[in-house]
Design a protein around this ligand. Sequence first.
Ligand code: GLN
Length: 470
Amino acid sequence: MITDKSIKEIHLGLRKKEFSCEELIKETYGNIEKYDSRINSAITIVDKKTVLDKARQTDNGKKEFDLLTGMPFVLKDVYVTRGIRTTCASNVLADYIPQYDATVYKKLLDLGALLIGKMNQDAWGHGGSTENTDFGPTHNPWDLKRVAGGSSGGPAAAISGRMTVFAIGEDTGGSIRNPAAWCNITGLKVTCGRVSRYGAIAYASSFDTIGPMGKSAEDCAVILERIAGKDPYDATSSPASVPKYTSFLNKPLKGRKIALPKDLLGKGLDVEIKNAILKAVNKFAEIGAEIEEVTMPIFDYGLAVYYVIAPCETSSNLARYDGIRYGFDRSKFTEETIRRIMIGTYALSAGYYDAFYRKAQKARTLFIKAYQDILSKYDAILMPVNPTPPTVIGELMSDPLQNLLADFYTVTQNPVGVPSLAVPCGFTKDKLPIGMQLIGKMFTEELLLNIGHQYQQVTEWHKQKPDIIS
Ligand code: GLN
């Protein structure tokens, strides 16, 4: 399949006319037609004829084109797209047709990339399994009984199912990394401020990040180079210059120092995942990195901090949809979202603010210090993405607390702001994907992508695709 190839390979194939953009787009839509009735990765598919017309224009275009020109991509349905329905997977916005484009989408459009679909997710980003959606759960292409992860489950499953070449996800507390790991793709949670959030429907504004999802670290580097940077429409976007991420990929890892928090590999972690992480450690040692054990006892407080601050911020962000000021219908919120709005408004109210919200913010500062401490001595921290393999659909829906525990490894990086790259690193004996994450200092995406790419040069995990996708 053309969609098995990397972005660079597809680009070269298009330039050398080994295949046309029309064929690429036909293959993409063909896979959607074959597989998506079982996977349910998409909420809205862009009209095929319109995209094929654009593909033909790409084929006939004489101009030099960019690596992403003619490249099919999908967006988590959290990004506003002018004239194309944007739901955030909630019935509250089921008929919302935006009047403007999110910056990340606009940048990709300007390069001639082709939007294929707006993808399923947990509504408003609330969840880690893409079950908390009003559009039916997304099924994991590796085992259709199981969840794809979340909240960017639709985009991850679509890449895994070859229904797109790449995707743009959103990560507030793991939403890119968790489904990336469970669907065997690569996903990058960027440094806070690295990519403009303009036009991304806000969940928890101080945690939200916009990032690439693809089949490899190299693909993520190609995408990030093109979507990062200062945006006049987002005052929180960073003016820091955007490195040419792809030019760092081939640097040898010799002398790079990676920290392994040994205390996080104990209780609650699936043994097969632990073993896959330890194998990855050996691989890194083989290719020249130095691995040292550290401890991060502060992780005991991670979920508590995250699940106070995130609901506070979401209760404020979602106030515009609660029907008090504008004409939305609050009865359309799901139970999970109502729970979060209630917790948030409670923790922010007079009398409870100091006990919960302020305390959580103080603990957040301790997390910043803990990460700074380790990252001043190491280039990256290596840890699992998920404590368990993907769960069976429905299994945790009746147990919200257990559901939140699944976020143990991914909720502390967002309050701190640091970047983290999720990379496939093995399979369970039942052939369910396992992922690890590499966490770095603020604005060191080039280093994480370099480490991820070097690992992918000596491993084949990321090249595997689900049995049902032939
Ligand atoms: N699972 C986490 C939550 O429910 C993270 C979601 C996200 O990153 N959008 O809040």
